[in-house]
Ligand binder design. Structure first.
Ligand code: F6R
Length: 615
């Protein structure tokens, strides 16, 4: 995920501060780096693809100087990682330089409009467009605050911006909407940054900006404005002063966002990850293209490994339900043995967060050789899968550092749900009004996930203490069976417990033989398959200790038995698409809390690699 920093000082060069800030943002993961300073009435930018230390040497970033500057670590979302797409971006005149974290949803239409107006757009990024929008306002004779406000009113999506301009050499402008952004209030220096570690060295007094706020800092001043329905209003000095909080954290403690491990940080980043995925795809013409390719395909085949395969299963259930399509979901490493059936006219949807998984890439190469069209669904722009695919869709989860896939899973689910809804409309099975209702519900998922995480963590902590080691089943029916598989995988790889997932109906055909008094059985209950209650009761009748994880408003015909525990999560109102988001976190957190309780390292589970690039 991109990291941004900006600083302005009354007495010293800010470049060393920016570089140290960028070093502290490195943990977020990035592919490119850049710095801009304003000095002598000129904006100077140095930026490039690669690691900070390499780009810093290659472009002599340490040789830059200025008392006002901005810096950026980029995680590509629009346009591959290269020198041109690296931030900061400037307008046509070189007056404005901007860095950004987030995704601008109406990027395609803004780009067209600005090109028609004669702007020279150099990069493929969404960010650069905002520099040109500001340029428009300045060109109409507006002051910077006004020009920025007008630009923000045109932009849809998520953003944290830091911006400088050559006309006001002691100001860093900023704006925030649904991407994190803080202002650090030091004595003779003010900082804006996307997270605490980047700024704590310069300022321990911090203002946490709210969505819809923008403004500027000078070495001695913080000005905050709020966008309103019909314009914007300035916050009073007293209001700004009342927002300042003292932060008693060292930069070290604040890296990993203050969380002890990347895994739990990433679990808690899920609301943002799914929001960015929603915003980045909902209006993307690529989604419509893939949907019509689905409709026109002779066969639809989904290939993926591990967690991505589970997202592929969610897709299969929803595509069947909403669009009447029955895709074949294949585990990538099994694909070579089934690929004989692939032929021209087929569509292969390959899902991989890294875009580098060997087995998935092999399956894709084979499918292409056989004449199939390949849709790549990945979190990493410029990855091998991205490059090889005919059609491309991106999750916007930001880099995932913990080995276990968490936020990338729910981001894949979000993206594939958007696709299945679109395919539903194209197939004529889903009315546009029904699709709209589903999309409106999905837009609220970030909030729903926040509640779900709040509800899940205490339950997961309690379970991590009460569930003894050994084996367990995780069962589900319908969509719940895909969620159960993902839950069991998290428990296996992080808690090192033998968790076996089964479609609940299938459990009668063998697995139930293992069940004896006290055997833990988790059930992921979804609204498409209330019959799962019967399986819970069967298990309890054989002495199992059954935990039914369900939306609170899903009524199930469960006996009031001491051995059956209902774990009620936020309600779904029967909207199946919401249920993966409601039911998955408790398994992620249970695995995490259990591992931590046992002293295992959840970020680097034994024997596992983040990206499996071998056969
Ligand atoms: C599980 C996990 C792995 C990956 C699998 C595929 O937590 O991380 O099972 O899901 O190796 O990786 P990608 O999605 O990068 O192809």
């Amino acid at each position: 995920m991109c990291g941004i920093i900006g600083a302005t000082s009354s007495c010293s060069d800010v470049v060393p501060l920016l570089i140290r800030g960028l070093q502290r943002l490195e943990y977020r993961g990035y592919d490119s780096v850049g710095v801009a300073v304003v000095s002598g009435g000129l904006v100077t930018v140095r930026k490039g693809a690669g690691e900070l230390e390499v780009v810093r040497r290659r472009l002599a970033i340490d040789g830059m100087s200025g008392t006002t500057g901005i810096g950026h670590t980029r995680w590509a979302t629009h346009g591959p990682p290269n020198d041109v797409n690296a931030h900061p971006h400037t307008d046509c005149t070189g007056t404005v330089a901007i860095v950004h974290n987030g995704v601008i949803r109406n990027y395609a239409s803004l780009r067209e409009e600005l090109i028609a107006k004669g702007h020279r757009i150099r990069s493929e990024t969404d960010t650069e467009l905002v520099a040109h929008l500001i340029e428009e306002g300045l060109g109409e004779g507006r002051d910077f605050v006004e020009a920025l406000a007008r630009a923000l009113m045109r932009v849809e999506g998520t953003y944290a911006f830091a911006i400088l301009n050559s006309r006001e050499p002691d100001r860093v402008y900023f704006a925030k909407n649904r991407s994190p952004l803080l202002v650090g209030v030091g004595d003779k220096v003010k900082v804006v940054a996307s997270d605490l570690p980047a700024m704590l060295e310069a300022a321990k007094d911090v203002i946490f900006l709210e969505d819809g706020e923008f403004g500027y800092v000078t070495p001695t001043e913080v000005a905050i404005y709020r966008l309103t329905k019909d314009g914007y209003a300035k916050l009073s000095d007293a209001e700004v002063a009342s927002r300042v909080r003292r932060v008693n954290l060292t930069p070290e403690a604040a890296s990993k966002g203050g969380y002890p491990h990347f895994m739990v940080k990433e679990i808690y980043e899920q609301p943002q990850a799914v929001r960015d995925t929603y915003e980045g795809n909902i209006d993307d013409p690529a989604l419509a293209k893939v949907s019509s390719a689905l409709a026109g395909a002779s066969k639809v085949i989904v290939v993926a490994a591990g967690t991505s395969y589970h997202a592929g299963l969610v897709f299969s259930y929803l595509l069947a339900r909403r669009a009447g399509l029955l895709p074949h979901a294949i585990i990538s490493s099994e694909a070579p043995y089934l690929m004989n059936a692939v032929e021209e006219g087929d569509l292969v949807v390959a899902v991989s967060q890294s875009g580098e998984t060997y087995d998935t890439l092999e399956a894709v190469r084979m499918a292409k050789d056989l004449g199939a069209i390949v849709v790549g669904v990945t979190n990493v722009l410029g990855s091998a899968l991205d490059r090889i695919s005919d059609l491309k869709l991106y999750t916007r989860a930001g880099p995932e550092i913990g080995v276990a896939a968490t936020k990338t899973f729910l981001s894949q689910v979000m993206l594939l749900e958007l696709l299945s809804i679109r395919a539903g409309v194209d197939s004529g099975r889903l009315k546009p009004s029904e699709a709209k209702e589903l999309l409106d519900a999905l837009r609220e998922v970030p909030q729903l996930l926040t509640y779900t995480l709040e509800a899940s963590d205490p339950v997961a902590t309690a379970l991590s203490k009460s569930v003894a080691g050994g084996s367990m089943y995780v069962l589900g029916r319908g969509l719940g069976s895909a969620i159960a598989r993902e839950g069991a995988l998290k428990v296996k790889e992080i808690a090192y417990l033998h968790a076996e997932a089964y479609p609940a109906g299938e459990s009668k055909h063998g697995p139930i033989a293992l069940v004896e008094r006290g055997f833990p059985v988790f059930i992921a209950a979804t609204s498409d398959a209330r019959e799962v209650a019967g399986n819970a009761v069967e298990m309890a009748a054989r002495g199992a200790r059954v935990y039914v994880v369900k939306p609170a408003d899903l009524s199930l015909d469960l006996e009031a038995k001491e051995t059956i525990t209902r774990i009620d999560m936020p309600p779904s109102s029967g909207t199946l698409e919401l249920e993966p988001f409601i039911l998955t976190p408790v398994f992620q957190l249970f695995a995490y809390r259990f591992a931590v309780g046992k002293g295992y390292n959840p970020d680097k589970p034994r024997n596992l690699a983040k990206t499996v690039t071998v056969e």
